[in-house]
Write a protein that binds this ligand. Structure first.
Ligand SMILES: [Zn+2]
Ligand SMILES: [Zn+2]
Length: 111
């Protein structure tokens, strides 16, 4: 699939100085031959490729989310450290699970 079909028009002119030296916000122009200087129907591929790469990278980063589990945090209820079971049998304390959920929501980086 041609690159300009993989990318919305809003992104076509975000990068300045492609091979035709168009500024950001300006359309690509033909950079040689008898039609030099005319606006191109589609941007130069070298202008779009880095934008596509960047968007895919961002998407990837969004998918690979940091997940905190209850046992990754110190329990606010019984004070057990990360990695240690809560002092009561069964599920970890709900405050501990809640803390893990909050850290996941905030996307706190794990050590
Ligand atoms: Zn261009
Ligand atoms: Zn606990």
């Amino acid at each position: 699939m041609p690159l300009h079909q993989q990318l919305g028009r809003a992104y076509w002119t975000t990068r300045p100085r492609p091979q035709c030296r168009a500024d950001s916000g300006q359309q690509c122009v033909v950079d040689g031959g008898p039609r030099a200087g005319r606006v191109r129907q589609v941007p130069h591929a070298d202008r779009l490729r880095p934008v596509i790469d960047e968007l895919q990278e961002q998407k990837k980063r969004g998918v690979v989310r940091t997940m905190w589990q209850a046992y990754d945090v110190t329990c606010p209820h019984c004070g057990q450290e990360a990695g240690a079971w809560c002092l009561t049998p069964g599920e970890p304390h709900s405050a501990r699970s809640k803390r893990a959920r909050e850290l996941t929501e905030q996307q706190e980086p794990r050590l």
